[in-house]
Structures are given as C-alpha cells and as structure tokens.
Write a protein that binds this ligand. Sequence first.
Ligand SMILES: [Zn+2]
Length: 297
Amino acid sequence: MRITLDWLGVATYRLMIDDIVIFLDAYVDRVPAAPPVGITTADIARADYVLIGHSHFDHLWGAERIALRTGATVVGSYETVRLLHDSDLVPEAQLIAVGGGEPVEVSPNVRVRVFPSLHSCIWAKMTGAPGEACLGDLGLSCQTRRRRESRLMEAVQGGEMGKEVAAHLKESDRHPRSDGGALAYLIETPEGSILWKDTSGHWSGIMHDLHPDLALLAAAGRGNINGEPVQGSLAGFIAREVEMLRPCKVALCHHDNWMPPLTTVTDVEPIRHELGRRAPGVELIEMPYLGGYRVFG
Ligand SMILES: [Zn+2]
C-alpha cells in the first residue's frame, strides 16, 4: 500500500492511499500575496473524499468546487454541511454530517474516525512568537468571546488588512456560526494511522487515547485546552499535544504565511526546540508544498 501526503498550505493536505484521494480541508485558492501552493482547485480532477476540520473559510472554501469537479463526498460538522447545502452547489448525496464518534468507511480497509475537538482561542490575547508565553483571558463567557470574535472579523472585513484581504473574505467566507464546531480525524490504514487537526485546540481526555503513527498538528494562534486558552506558549501547547499522542512522527500545519498581511511565517525553531526537550525520539517532518511525502509503504 502506497500512502503519500501533499501539503497544500494552511491545514490543507491531499492524502493518497493507493488510488484513493482524500483532501483534508479544501483551502488552496488564496490571496494573490500568499505564496502559491502549486495547484488551484481548478487543477483538481480527482478526489473521493474531502474531510473538513471546521467551517472557517481558510478550511472550507474550495470544498464545494472540489466536490462539483470530482463528485467527492464531503465529510464535516453539521454547520459545514449546512453551509454547503445552502450554497446549492453540492448534492445532498455527497454530504456526510458528523459530530464525532462516527467511523467513516472510505474503502474496505481504510476508515476515518471522527472526534470532537476545539478551535484555537482567536478571541484571546496572542503573541507573535511561538516560543513566547501568553497568559490570561481565563473564564471568559461565550458572549464575551463572540463579541471579541465579531470585532476582529469586522476589522478584517472592513479593510484593516487591506483591500485584497477584504475582497478575498467577501468571496470565500460563508459566515458560519463561529467555527462551526471543530473536529479531529484519525485515518486508519493497514500500514498505520494519521491524526489530522486543523486548529490548535483539543480535549485532553480524547487526545490521550489516540496514539497515531503520524500527527498533523496545527501550529497557529493561542492554543485551546479543554475550552480555556493555554497559559504558556504555542511551542509548549504543541509539545503537550505530542506528549499525549506519542506519535512516531509529527508535521506542523497552519504555520505558513497564508494570508499576508494578516499572517507571517511562523518560526518553527522554538517548537522544534520544545519537542526535542519534551518528546525526544519523535521526528518532526518539514513538508514543502506539494512535496509528495511518502507516509507509509
Ligand atoms: Zn478557524
């Protein structure tokens, strides 16, 4: 069995398991200022499944075009599926809504297990550097968090980050209710398993039991542990995830400069340093865009 992985920027991957093609998220058509990932959705001719981690535009946008072009089935939260249904672009027969707990069969010997997860705390204070600790913002109500999220989105949509970003958001944002509910996916193959998380949050009770061979972990924003912002650094948050998961290999995602000037490239060195200290023996893989990384086989 030949299993390869192409990183396509942000948290989007193309996973190929022999002749099965699975997209993990669908966001490849980015702002012109972002470095190109090598393909656009118009180049995607084959896909069997598209798994969506959560409903924000930088994960979901593109799923409707990939599904239309390829006939792929989209698996996502009930909110993700609602947005795709309301777009009138994806036939109902190509949509599977999940909440966590469902084993989705993609072939007789490959299953995708779905788990409830958490989004990073976009409403909390952040530092720009992954090695720098960030404290506070504990215990804020849902209403306060939503107000802060709305203010942030209004500023970005209103042009604070430039006309290009505002125009891109107008086109790509389907206005989900918050993040639509974040999900983690464990892809189980006869050769080994791959855990994919497209945002920096988790329920620790769930993470403890997964033990994937390869973990694809989002490295962006303020980590969310069991519903509260991490009191520490992003590097520490990722090291904690790796300590719980105990994978053989880790690859980071969501750390590229995916929407300048809102984003910059994340410095991986503090994360590498923290992983070396707390999870020695775990290999940190660096994938270029469209790298065709051989996962197993
Ligand atoms: Zn998001």
